[in-house]
Design a protein. Structure first.
Lengths: 229, 340
């Protein structure tokens, strides 16, 4: 037994500076840090009722909507970004824009996909552009801001739909034009308030132009929407 | 059996390995988390070496157990697929594949390589837009062509937006595909395709121009197209379009042609290169204009007959008031110009 131990020690002698050999006990303390509220929260959110989870997320989304409606230079939208709001707005807009074509059996399907693709790929391209120009905002934060700022345009869509339901034709066009123009400039201004801060000061125009184009395209789609009667 | 399946890398020190890079997401998404050592594994060579050794040891163990159980004379080859060795090999192949894919993705999807081409000021962009309509007559010395991608990309997207506007107001119905897809495909296809073609011809004709410069040159040439289409999709006179086509299209073509001539030697190469570019540029504008209102003309011909007002576009939504007002304005302008 002692011989085996000795040969064992000889075999492992050159490794003794690399690892601790088995007969020296390791001393120390293992502490579970007490101040980890996030860990506690994680465990407790699993047990809470689903209603609470949904309400909490809805409240967060609603708070961000309020921030968009009154755009001040706050960082709440940027700090806790989420993509629920943009998804909701995008799907609502795409659903409302569907079924407004001249020839229903050809264009009914692709219009939902068209709007969806325009919004998401447009946002991705604007984000890439702002990152390439030296922006400090992250990818998903930018997607979040651009998505939430579609809200005025969605409101304009609802108003346009209501105006088209009744009312005379020539007058309704002027009203819709005014509403869409106002909401499109509101969207651009709101997203600029959040995005432009992350850019070097002399390049703000370079970042604002694609955003302007993006909301212009969406606004144009809303303006030229006419439900097939 | 050789234990070569444990080492899939060609370099003796183990090659790049992506598992140790922090935040192994794509470079696009995690750029703000990238530290300076990402992509370079020299600092962690020791760790990697250790892991490679462990993998080899595990593979050797697997082989050893297989060889042991095979000593009773059975042919173990096919049993190996379901056995320990088979699993090991499959795992190694999967890991190697994943490593290669991550390497390729991080190499090609890294948008940092495009960063220097977007380094512009708004003043520079504005100046270049205006200069794209002014041909420069200096052809004995290579003209300076800006190598920038921000302006061309924004112009392509603006062209897409204008095309969409034109398509919607002319009631274009696209059977297979979407309006957006057609517009994007047309514009980007022209920009990228014709730039590559011109670069290829320039290579054949021995012209001193790089791919970036052809992309930039053609991109800025689209500014003329944007202006012409924006005007003629709203005010629709055939003669107005032809005048604008010649003047604006011609100016931007001359600018591009002069830049190319200054970088090419010899009469025939110059002719080939500039002839091709000029033809493609002008024909593209012609195509963009006529492809999207011919449909409406056809419909109106059958409906109304030969007596048609000058403005023939029937927009889907814009009321008759707007087109009548535009008709009246342009007619009065024409009368005033004629009387002078």
């Amino acid at each position: 037994m002692a011989e085996v131990e000795e040969t064992g020690k000889l075999m492992f002698a050159d490794l003794s500076d690399v690892s601790i050999s088995g007969d020296i006990p390791v001393q120390g303390e293992i502490n579970v840090p007490v101040g980890t509220p996030s860990q506690d929260k994680e465990y407790s959110t699993l047990d809470e009722p689903v209603k609470d989870t949904i309400l909490r997320d809805l409240k967060a989304v609603g708070k961000k909507f309020v921030h968009v409606m009154y755009p001040k230079k706050s960082s709440a939208l940027l700090r806790d970004w989420d993509l629920w709001g943009p998804l909701l707005l995008c799907v609502t807009l795409a659903l409302m824009l569907q079924g407004g074509s001249v020839d229903r059996k050809d264009d009914g399907g692709p219009q939902f996909a068209e709007v969806f693709v325009i919004i998401w790929f447009g946002s991705v391209i604007i984000t890439l552009n702002s990152k390439l120009l030296g922006g400090t905002i992250s990818f998903f934060q930018s997607l979040c801001v651009l998505g939430y700022c579609i809200m005025p345009l969605t409101v304009a869509m609802v108003v346009c739909r209501l105006v088209l339901l009744g009312g005379s034709w020539g007058f309704s066009f002027i009203v819709r034009l005014i509403v869409v123009t106002a909401s499109f400039s509101w969207s651009t201004f709101a997203s600029t308030a959040f995005l432009a801060d992350s850019q070097p000061p002399n390049r703000k125009a370079l970042v604002v132009y694609p955003v302007f184009l993006f909301y212009f395209v969406i606004g144009w789609m809303i303006l030229t929407f006419s439900p097939s009667a | 059996m050789a234990s070569s399946d444990g080492n899939k890398n060609t370099e003796p020190w183990g090659g790049f390995d992506d598992n140790i890079i922090q935040g192994t997401g794509s470079a696009v998404i995690d750029m703000e988390n990238m530290d300076d050592t990402s992509g370079s594994s020299f600092e962690d060579m020791g760790e990697m070496h250790q892991r490679m050794k462990e993998e080899e040891e595990v593979a050797e163990e697997a082989e050893a157990t297989e060889e042991e159980t095979g000593e009773d004379g059975e042919f173990l080859g096919m049993k190996g697929i379901k056995g320990q060795l088979g699993r090991q090999v499959a795992d190694e192949v999967w890991q190697a594949g994943k490593r290669q894919a991550s390497k390729a993705f991080n190499l090609y999807a890294n948008i940092d390589i495009l960063r220097p081409y977007f380094d512009v000021e708004p003043m520079q962009v504005r100046n270049r837009l205006i200069e794209s309509m002014i041909p420069i007559r200096m052809i004995h010395f290579p003209q300076k062509i800006a190598g920038e991608l921000y302006g061309p990309m924004m112009l392509v997207f603006t062209l897409v937006a204008i095309l969409l506007h034109g398509m919607k107001t002319s009631g274009t119905v696209i059977r297979e595909g979407t309006l957006m897809g057609t517009a994007i495909g047309t514009c980007f296809g022209y920009w990228l395709g014709v730039s590559s073609f011109i670069y290829f011809l320039a290579y054949l004709c021995n012209a001193q121009i790089t791919m970036l410069q052809t992309l930039s040159l053609l991109g800025y040439g689209l500014f003329g197209h944007c202006v012409v289409l924006f005007v003629t999709y709203n005010v629709h006179f055939h003669s107005l379009f032809y005048i604008l086509w010649l003047v604006v299209g011609g100016l931007s073509t001359l600018r591009m042609v002069a830049a190319l001539i200054s970088r090419t030697v010899g009469r025939t190469p110059r002719l080939i290169l500039c002839g091709t570019l000029g033809a493609l540029h002008m024909l593209f504008l012609l195509y963009l204009h006529f492809a999207y209102h011919k449909i409406v003309e056809g419909i109106l011909d059958t409906l109304e007959g030969p007596n048609m007002p000058p403005i023939q576009r029937v927009a889907r939504d814009l009321p008759v008031v707007a087109t009548a007002a535009m008709n009246a304005t342009v007619k009065t302008l024409g009368v005033i110009l004629q009387s002078q």
